[in-house]
Design a protein around this ligand. Structure first.
Ligand code: SAM
Length: 464
């Protein structure tokens, strides 16, 4: 170990890799880590006045490689602010904003984020899709996939399916399906040393070798799911060449159908941020903009033989959807369901499944997969009663609701709501309304007996 408690083998390897720049690189370990956040364009698009407010509030400075990205000071603590609960931003290391920018997803496309938890890059991709098309956000670790699913919900993303599957299983199901695939691979995490010293203790040359081997296998799976003419971005937050350039070079040898468009490195000693690597790979074939439709409406010419139901919902689903429409007419008159989609009843839970192609995906495409979120959770249909989902609140703006209780950061009512407390209802309202902070929903309220009952899910409440 040395001044920064770095393993000697790591120091030797980085000296060899960086030559004359190594001292500046090691000196970056003596600097405080950088913090950042990304404004959610699904809620605050460019030019929205609340962007300026956030910039002032958290002393934000723009990140050059990400239009919605900002550096913020350590003292800003945006994760503690009530705005955090509205999903108008996502806290993310500025370097980690690079890969999704290079993916360049466009509205209407079908995109896979293969190793997506906790969701930094997925939420960024969803911003680029602008509510159109489909994002499949996957992470095989169920606990991490749960956090991913919560972040998708908080940012108000309606057109995402969150799965927890191993890439091999997805590959069998979705051959040449996606316009764009991001593989932000599990890695030895050398770019995380400043953020989390525990990662330093786990590092070893053997771990680097193991990670590199695993990444090569994952790249193989990811490549098989890219449509001809599509794009694959491979990224890591580690610095060694084995897991980065060498893996990509080996991949290109085995996959002549891909060519390297560019490789980008961010280094902590050359700019602000913890560092990142990304490679942009293009698959030869028809342009991703023109969708090949395979048999049965499947994208990319997938295998025939699997039945694809064309949006014919069963009776229970239609009943639940009618109940949702009655609810929305009363409580959310300004809300419109996305056009490309179909209702899906999972037990008592009613979802609006995004369908960028007619009838695809449908329940049969997801059957057998561990699915955490098949689209927008509209609510629960239970014993003839409809209860709105938290995700529905977060996918709205307060102006869409019949009534709201609006507060500002620091208002006692906002603090009470975030702690899970019910609130007095001096105006004698009825039915369901939204608790909002500066116009943005944080959750549902149900007016009953002179009280506004708190419907913020228990797991999301602030600890006292
Ligand atoms: N993309 C995420 C983000 O921006 O928030 C960070 C992803 S993190 C670098 C790598 C992820 O890979 C972890 O969440 C981990 O659970 C996942 N992972 C581990 N083994 C995997 C595998 N065999 N296939 C796919 N993902 C895997």
């Amino acid at each position: 170990m040395n001044a920064y408690e770095l393993p000697e083998a790591y120091v030797a390897r980085m000296r060899e890799q960086l030559g004359g720049e190594a001292d500046a690189f090691f000196a970056s370990y003596g600097q405080p880590r950088t913090h950042g956040l990304r404004i959610n364009p699904l809620k605050l698009d460019k030019g929205h006045p609340q962007r300026e407010e956030l910039i002032r509030l958290f002393s934000l400075r723009p990140v050059p490689w990400c239009g919605d990205g900002f550096f913020c000071g350590d003292e800003a603590r945006p994760g503690k602010h009530p705005y955090y609960y509205t999903g108008i931003y996502y806290i993310q290391d500025p370097s980690a904003m690079l890969p999704a920018e290079l993916l360049e997803a466009r509205p209407g496309e079908i995109v896979l984020d293969l190793a997506a938890a906790p969701g930094g890059k997925s939420t960024q991709i969803a911003g680029h899709l602008g509510g159109r098309g489909l994002l499949v956000a996957n992470d095989p670790d169920p606990e991490r996939a749960m956090v991913l699913s919560e972040n998708i919900e908080r940012l108000g993303i309606a057109n995402a399916v969150v799965t927890s599957a191993y890439p091999g299983d997805l590959r069998r199901r979705f051959p040449e399906t996606f316009d764009r695939v991001l593989l932000d691979a599990p890695c030895s995490g050398e770019g995380m040393f400043r953020k989390d010293p525990a990662i330093i203790r786990m590092w070893s040359p053997k771990m680097v070798r193991n990670c590199a081997a695993k990444q090569r296998a994952l790249l193989h799976d990811a490549a098989a799911m890219v449509k001809p003419g599509g794009r694959l971005v491979y990224s890591t937050c580690t610095f060694n060449r084995e897991e980065n350039e060498e893996n990509v070079a080996a991949f290109l040898m085995e996959h002549p159908e891909f060519r390297l468009l560019k490789e980008v490195r961010l280094w902590p000693h050359r700019g602000e941020g913890e560092g990142h690597y990304a490679a942009v790979l293009a698959k030869e074939g028809e342009s991703a903009g023109v969708r090949g439709r395979g048999p049965g409406g499947r994208p990319g010419g997938g295998p025939p033989g699997r039945s694809v139901r064309r949006g014919r919902a069963d009776r229970a689903t239609l009943e639940a959807l009618e109940a949702f429409h009655r609810f929305a007419a009363e409580a959310l008159p300004g809300f419109r369901l996305p056009e490309e989609g179909a209702p899906l009843l999972f037990g008592e839970a009613l979802y609006w499944l995004p369908q960028p192609l007619p009838g695809w995906p449908d329940a049969s495409d997801l059957a057998g997969l561990r699915v955490f979120r098949p689209g927008l959770h509209l609510g629960q249909w239970r014993k003839g009663r409809f209860e709105p989902g938290h995700a529905l609140a977060l996918a709205c703006h307060g102006s869409m609701a019949a009534w709201t209780l609006d507060g500002r950061a620091g208002d006692p009512a906002v603090e009470q709501y975030l702690r899970g407390e019910s609130l007095p209802d001096p105006d004698g309202r009825g039915g369901w309304g939204l608790m909002t902070v500066s116009g943005w929903p944080v959750g549902w309220l149900r007016a009953s007996g002179g009280l506004l009952k708190n419907r913020l899910p228990k797991g999301l409440r602030r600890q006292i």
